[in-house]
Design a protein around this ligand. Structure first.
Ligand SMILES: Cc1cc2nc3c(=O)[nH]c(=O)nc-3n(C[C@H](O)[C@H](O)[C@H](O)COP(=O)(O)OP(=O)(O)OC[C@H]3O[C@@H](n4cnc5c(N)ncnc54)[C@H](O)[C@@H]3O)c2cc1C
Length: 307
């Protein structure tokens, strides 16, 4: 019987593990399909406090893990595939094996949607990004391309004009899902060029390990052409990793956990942390802060229950 199982080993899960371990709760952390979370696929992180020169994403999450292990957190490989939250102790199925726990912290994150082009996947963290707040700063005076047609694509394109010499917004249709006000603001921005009815066929240049350009294809004419860019931002949404929790706790219409205040979910004893609930900030530091909150809530909850 565990005091707490933490689902996910990104910034939120690792920080929750540090706090829970230091509270002597001996947490079990389930690593999931992406040990280390989203930061494990990026390169330099310059906005996590405490690292004046920046730190590589994989090093940052590995350091957090070591710190949690140092205080007694246990990590296991595998994913939670099914949960039984009907009674306490809760039961979690981790790759076919059931584990019992008094409390759960869900820190399973939200995965960025990608175009899933092989060249795009190989260049993530090397010019391909899904986060303008995180990576915009690297493209000062450079050519930037943003993919998408929703509010977040418009927001990212506008934000990126603070850095880029020019920003091209590419959308596969000519109508936008974004709100009219966001579209109007984007159209009015002199640094943004909109390219519609167009898809990306390839991101160059995998052999140089950096983005140098893209091949675009006009869906109306079939014409393909190359365009030079330095930064390639995919802004077509995120998918919260909540499949095992559907019908077990309250989720919103897009599948994000609905917070019931602090780190509480709709179910007593089950807490949330990080991007799996936060669709607004999506940063390493906010996820870490949320992990801290969840662990403190777990500790107080167990204390109140006499454990
Ligand atoms: C390319 C890129 C660059 C970024 N750069 C920055 C940056 O410079 N600065 C910054 O502040 N933020 C950056 N971010 C955002 C930051 O990475 C996220 O906000 C942060 O990682 C969220 O942490 P999290 O722990 O909530 O979720 P995640 O990091 O998404 O971690 C989720 C964890 O849950 C696990 N998991 C999922 N489902 C299950 C399951 N069923 N069972 C068990 N485990 C499961 C996964 O394996 C993973 O370990 C970047 C994101 C990306 C994609």
């Amino acid at each position: 019987m565990r005091n707490v199982v933490i689902i996910g080993s990104g910034c939120a899960g690792n920080t929750a593990a540090i706090y829970a371990a230091r509270a002597n709760l001996k947490p079990l952390v389930v690593g999931g399909h992406e040990p280390g979370g989203q930061l494990s696929i990026t390169s330099l992180v310059e906005n996590f406090p405490g690292f004046p020169e920046g730190i590589n994403g994989p090093d940052l999450v590995e350091n957090m893990k070591k710190q949690a292990e140092h205080f007694g957190a246990e990590y296991i490989h595998g994913s939670v595939t099914e949960v039984d939250f009907t009674k306490r102790p809760f039961r979690l199925n981790i790759d076919g094996e059931w584990h019992e726990t008094r409390t759960v912290i869900i820190a399973s994150g939200a995965s960025a949607r990608w175009l899933n082009l092989p060249s795009e996947q190989k260049l993530i963290g090397h010019g391909v990004s899904s986060c303008a707040t995180c990576d915009g700063f690297f493209y000062r005076g450079k050519k930037i391309m943003v993919i998408g047609g929703g509010d977040s694509a418009m927001e990212e394109a506008n934000f990126l004009t603070r850095f880029g010499e020019e920003v091209t917004l590419v959308h596969r249709r000519d109508a936008f899902r974004a709100s009219k006000i966001m579209v109007d603001r984007t159209v009015a921005n002199p640094k943004i060029t909109m390219v519609t009815n167009t898809v990306v066929d390839e991101v160059h240049d995998v052999s140089q390990k950096t983005v140098t350009g893209v091949t675009l294809r006009n869906l109306k004419t079939g014409e393909t052409y190359r365009r030079d860019v330095d930064g390639f931002f995919v802004a077509i949404g995120h998918i919260p990793n909540t499949r095992p929790f559907v019908g077990k706790i309250e989720l919103d219409e897009d599948g994000y956990i609905v917070s019931h205040g602090g780190a509480r979910t709709s179910l007593t004893g089950v807490f949330h942390a990080g991007d799996v609930q936060d669709r607004t900030y999506r940063q390493a530091i906010t996820a870490s802060g949320a992990g801290c909150m969840a662990a403190i809530e777990v500790e107080r909850f167990l204390e109140a229950e006499g454990h």
